[in-house]
Design a protein around this ligand. Sequence first.
Ligand code: NDP
Length: 248
Amino acid sequence: MRTLENKTAVVTGGSRGIGHAIALAMAQEGANVAILYAGNREAAEKTEQEIAQIGGKVRAYQCDVSSFEETETVTKQILEEFGQVDILVNNAGIVRDGFLLSMKEEAFDDVINTNLKGAFHMIRHLYSHMMRKRSGRIINISSIVGLTGNAAQANYAAAKAGMIGLTKSTAKELAGRGVTCNAIAPGYIQSDMTDAMPEKAKEAIASQIPMKRTGLPQDVANLAVFLAGPGASYITGEVIRVDGGLAM
Ligand code: NDP
């Protein structure tokens, strides 16, 4: 039996990169999947088709996770259309890199609002549903820079560190209700986000990875599937790195 049979997963930023791999991996384990995306309809529709081919129920929703109202509307819609939500993966994220000396307020706010507040919005809107159901799995995609900090990423590192506090607080509030909340802290994972980095920066990071390779979205998806499945029922409030040893 597949480990996520009869479960419904919501994956924010499920149209591309790490979220796409998580959505597909969960569908392969039998889950029905709702994905949220910001604006790239083509990628979202492609992901929908890929998941439909696997066989599960799937629907992509355009929704800006930084909006309290939009996320409230979409979570209601998902609950109506899927009947339940068992797994929430807060994966949607952006970067607006730059040194603090010249970082615009807007660049700081955009990253906090999408990466951190977006996760709060989704948890907030599904909290009572999971609490009443007395079961649920929340998985927040943080980053190793939330643990270590990173020059030219103060906004991003602050959001990702904030997600760790959000994870532990959510875990404490919901532990008695059968809901777990954990964070994954990926290192350097191949995706559109990292492809956009300057070649020199990519080489510099890659050369420091003890396992001598950059990560793949599937490396993160493997852990997300485990944390969503029956084998992880006694794990909560944890932060697990998927980084080839980069931040140890
Ligand atoms: P990508 O840039 O490849 O994909 C980002 C996804 O997030 C897309 O699906 C995008 O939708 C969606 N998204 C962006 N903004 C919003 C928004 N406001 N509302 C809803 N959806 C949104 O990123 P990655 O796959 O690389 O990263 C996924 C997560 O993993 C992020 O949180 C990132 O910070 C984290 N991470 C990534 C690492 C890496 O090395 N790649 C390392 C550590 C953490 P659309 O397609 O419509 O634009």
